[in-house]
Design a protein around this ligand. Sequence first.
Ligand code: MG
Ligand code: MG
Length: 256
Amino acid sequence: MRRAGRVVAEIHEVLFEAIRPGQTGLGLDALARAVLERRHAGSNFLGYGSPPFPAVICVSVNGVVVHGIPSATPFEEGDLVSVDCGAIVDGYHGDAAFTAGVGRLAEADERLLVVTAHALAAGVAAARDGAHLHDIGRAVQRVVEAAGFGVVRDYVGHGIGRAMHEPPDVPNFWPGRPGPRLRTGVALAIEPMVAAGTGETVVAPDGWAVLTADGTRAAHFEHTVLVGPDGGEVLTTLGPDRAVGTPPGPGAVERR
Ligand code: MG
Ligand code: MG
């Protein structure tokens, strides 16, 4: 799983650097395919579900929360672009997502991005041996709602391992019960999806893209983590200099 996580992180680095005005979702997908090929890794996104997902990454722009199909529409200055991707190495899965701005972001969008990254960091910190599963969602929800944003409740994180989506569900909110205790070594994909509005969603006619129902913008950060004694160990990273929950690259959030 560590190797799959590193391939996902490498894709993130390549795509993060490539996001600029004029770039397209299809362009990012091609770059991601090249990394998978170079690392002899499989895609857990391509062909997934019904209708079969047609790409190795999801590209979700502005009011699209998750599951956007990469398109030929060029990104524009001020867009919020969420990229979600995965990889399979030796039968084990990695899965992670980040949101980045195209050029300069409006202040409110920048704040949405940073708060969502912080919410992921809070969720990862809560993935601690002996804590309860839903302590993760409680930690995420607290950060999101303190900032005045809305947690998306229709989609959740998940267990991950020999399959991309395994039990348990990992909601980004407190579901009213603590859930099972977490034990060291359990692998989870923690992935806050946050909207500037209520967080309610609708699915686009293509059967994939999930949009905010109120048209507000959304952000999505995700890491594959292992529960550990002091919090989650992030597997979808290239090293400790890459801060948890920030886009790849040291100080990536700060430098925008
Ligand atoms: Mg994902
Ligand atoms: Mg996931």
